[in-house]
Every structure is written in C-alpha cells, then in structure tokens.
Design a protein. Structure first.
Length: 230
C-alpha cells in the first residue's frame, strides 16, 4: 500500500509533465524564452525519480522489501529470472507483453505482479527518466544559448538571413532532435509507472483477501501516514 501511494503520486507527476513538455516546445524549440520552463521540467522529473527518500526510488524500495519479506516468510514465489539480465530496451517490451490473471487468484500470482511492478519502476527510474532529463537539460542549454529576440515568424528579409548565418537553423534542428527524444522517454516512463500502479492495485486486492480485515485496515491507515507522496 505504501508503494501504491508513492508510485501513484509520482506517476501523476510524470503525467502532468507531458503537456508541460509539449507546451515548452511551441513553434521554435531553440528559443531563449523557453529555457526557464525547460529547467523547471528537469527539476520536476529529478524530484519524481532520483531522491533517496522521495519518488520512484522510494516506491521501488517498498516493492523490493515486500518481495524480500515474502521470501523470508516462506511464500511461494514464481520470479522471472530473465528480466534482470535483459537489455533495457527489451525489458520495456517484455513488461508490456506480460499477461497475468486479473485479479490474481493466488498469492503467487499477486507477488508476480509485485515483481513486474518493481521492474517497471526501476526501468522508468534508471533508464527512461535519466535519458529524458538529459535531453531536456540539453534543450534548456540550447535555449539559453539562443539569440534573445522575437520569434522567428516575426522576422523578415535580411534579419532572417542574418540569423541563418549565425547557425540558428542548425541550433533549431538539434533542439528538435532532443525534444523528440525527451518526449519518447517521458512517454515510456509514464507508461511504465502506470503499469506498475495497475500491477500493485491488483496485488494488494489479492493479498488483502488472505489477511484479516482489521489488519488490512491497520496497514492502510499506516500507509497513509508513512507513504511518501511528495
């Protein structure tokens, strides 16, 4: 339940970043005026991802602890040994291709969903978000280096030709490439975080069925106090 609250909060943060990234592109990506918005996006994504006590990192620790406690208590686990050794690009497609009973009928099936959620969170946090952040940070640096003037569509004749001579078209082309990369990795991160939330919700429902209702209520109450939802 702690993992569900934490990861859902950061999933929602990532989803809010998608339209912000789109708005930050506009008609001209290499635009000085867009730099502050891009830098704010970098800050938001780092907050969602990398802090030791916040965000997806905390959520992945909750999930790992859950699996460790299950193993120590003698629960029957059916872990996927292939996922930890797959290249990141293959893990993404493998996670999306997985098929689980909905809802899980056994604790083993529930813990398999917890495992899948763990890998989805780690892939988002350790692969797609760092690449997205790197691309947006590069965009922000391009924007900061862009000439501080009116948008390209308002310039005519010699002024436009002069900007061509300064290399602005090349700057814009480079920025568009980074923007496409940022969008791709942010979309993947959002998909993985949403997948993790779905798996956790199903697992919690199934595992709760094997626990005394009063204990479930106590765990839910504790999760509201303990889980990190910044």
């Amino acid at each position: 339940m702690c993992a569900a609250r934490t990861i859902r909060a950061q999933r929602d943060r990532l989803l809010r970043c998608q339209p912000l990234l789109k708005d930050a592109s506009g008609d001209a990506v290499a635009d000085y005026a867009r730099a502050p918005r891009l830098e704010k996006l970098v800050s938001d994504l780092v907050h969602a991802s990398d802090s030791d006590s916040l965000g997806l990192e905390a959520g992945s620790r909750y999930l790992a602890t859950c699996l460790e406690m299950a193993a120590q208590s003698g629960a029957r686990l059916d872990l996927n040994d292939a996922l930890p050794v797959m290249p990141d690009e293959q893990v993404y497609h493998a996670l999306l291709a997985q098929s689980f009973p909905a809802p899980p009928a056994t604790q083993t099936e529930a813990f398999s969903r917890i495992e899948a959620a763990y890998h989805a969170v780690k892939l988002s946090q350790e692969h797609h978000l760092p690449l997205c952040i790197h691309a947006i940070d590069h965009l922000a640096r391009i924007a900061r280096a862009a000439p501080h003037h009116a948008p390209r569509r308002h310039r005519r004749g010699r002024k436009a030709a002069h900007s061509d001579a300064t290399g602005e078209p090349q700057m814009e082309e480079e920025a568009i490439g980074s923007m496409d990369e940022a969008r791709t990795h942010l979309d993947c991160a959002c998909t993985l975080a949403s997948l993790a939330v779905e798996h956790i919700d199903h697992a919690v429902t199934a595992i709760s069925a094997f626990i005394d209702p009063k204990e479930v209520a106590g765990i839910a109450k504790m999760a509201k106090k303990v889980a990190i939802v910044n």
